[in-house]
Ligand binder design. Structure first.
Ligand SMILES: [Zn+2]
Length: 418
């Protein structure tokens, strides 16, 4: 299995269909004696990097959200050799994997999601893994199996240290991030992370440190007009046209601006309406995405839309509702830059790379929103360089995965020194 990258590569290339079967019995990996630097020497005498081998393995296992069973089994069996592992059932949506290391001082949660979006069209590389130079191509390679591999190998690296040399670490791999974040929500709801002092998420940030993100909810707007013969439209109220007028003007709503997160945004995602034959349509419906910044909640946004409706003199009756989702809405959050853990992360980054880390804030949402708000802990997002997330020929930089892993390890160690 771990016969070194070239053998693995040719096997991956030869394999057109995904390998979904995890061999039963003892774990498929053989990382029991990695070198101190996170590498190990394989049977052929070549040095392989744990994080790179893990990346290959993770990408070779399809894990569309809702179908994370195999990958969660692999991750659990891999970590079992190093730590106490717990499987957390997310009812009807697979299992989260949680692994615990006891240490001293702070408690750090390492988090990554196991799921990917679906396999779209247009792939020219093997979506289950293909190496080309420094790029590792594959579905979910950047989002976020590269980060997950780095987190797992950092966890394993830290597991080899004595208790006094490391913080308490809770590694978490979750399901359904690309769906409704049911995995992250279950973790928070179960209170297993309540002792956390900091959460480190390995989403791909191109090695920038993300200290906050906008939030999001979805709005459903229904328009009720009045039917009339289409030849005499003035006698009716056209629900489609009235609703369109509103949608076309949503951008005019004055935006709340946040110093770090920027401004919120509206985007119409879906529209439906149909006349009954040659009639003025009496019903239309639209689904609108609303990204929010701190200070923009549902009531605020609803009031702003209602004001716009009045200003535009919309004649149809409107029903404006927040679209219901199975988990709580994603709220915006921000991490203060003067926190001890942030300063420490910056120092570690500089020590490893020789330059200052770039600070960024997320335009869109992810599980990190839950950790930053409902869990209410400082949530740092930092992950490898990659490209084509959620599209064909997604890739992650192999050297970046290695570098990111090194930074994770040093950050964890640094939490104990100070
Ligand atoms: Zn992601």
């Amino acid at each position: 299995m771990w016969a070194g990258s070239s053998a693995w590569e040719s096997a991956a290339l030869a394999r057109q269909r995904p390998r979904v079967q995890i061999p039963p019995g003892p774990p498929v990996h053989s990382f029991s004696n990695p070198n101190g630097d996170g590498t190990k020497v394989n049977k052929l005498g070549a040095v392989v990097f744990v994080e790179v081998e893990l990346l290959k393995e993770l990408v070779s296992i399809p894990s569309h959200f809702g179908k994370e069973k195999k990958i969660s089994e692999f991750i659990a069996s891999f970590l079992e050799s190093y730590a106490k592992v717990e499987i957390q059932e997310v009812e009807g949506f697979g299992n989260n994997v949680i692994a615990y290391l006891k240490g001293v001082k702070d408690t750090v949660v390492l988090n990554g999601h196991m799921d990917t979006v679906g396999l779209g069209n247009g792939w020219t590389k093997n979506p289950w893994g293909q190496v080309e130079g420094d790029r590792f191509y594959g579905l979910g390679s950047a989002d976020m199996k590269g980060g997950l591999a780095a987190l797992m190998s950092a966890f394993v690296g830290i597991a080899k240290l004595s208790r006094r040399e490391r913080p308490n670490v809770i590694f978490t791999a979750v399901v359904d991030e690309e769906g409704y974040s049911r995995g992250a929500w279950e973790l928070i709801r179960s209170k297993k992370l309540d002792k956390a002092d900091v959460v480190l998420v390995g989403e791909p940030t191109n090695e920038k440190l993300m200290l906050g993100a906008r939030g999001r909810f979805v709005i459903q707007i229904e328009a009720f007009g009045r039917k009339a013969h289409a030849a005499r439209p003035e006698q009716g109220i056209n629900a489609i046209e009235e609703l369109s007028k509103l949608l076309a003007n949503l951008g005019k709503i004055r935006k709340k601006k946040h110093r770090k997160l920027g401004a919120g945004s509206f985007c119409t995602l879906e529209i439906y309406g149909k006349a009954d034959g040659l009639s003025v349509p009496e019903y239309a419906k639209a689904i609108v995405d609303k990204h929010t910044v701190i200070g923009e909640d549902w009531e605020f946004v609803k009031r702003a839309i209602e004001k716009l409706v009045q200003k535009l003199d919309i004649k149809a009756q409107l029903k404006i509702e927040k679209f219901k989702r199975p988990t709580p809405e994603m709220l915006p959050y921000r991490v203060r830059e003067n926190l001890k853990v942030v300063k420490m992360f910056k120092r570690v980054f500089k020590r490893r790379t020789g330059r200052e880390v770039e600070i960024t804030h997320g335009k869109s949402v992810g599980d990190f929103n839950y950790f930053g708000t409902y869990l209410g802990k400082p949530t740092l997002v930092f992950g490898p360089i990659g490209g084509n997330w959620h599209s064909a020929d997604e890739w992650v930089s192999i050297s970046s995965v290695k570098r990111v892993k090194g930074i994770y390890v040093e950050f964890l160690k640094a939490l104990v020194w100070t």
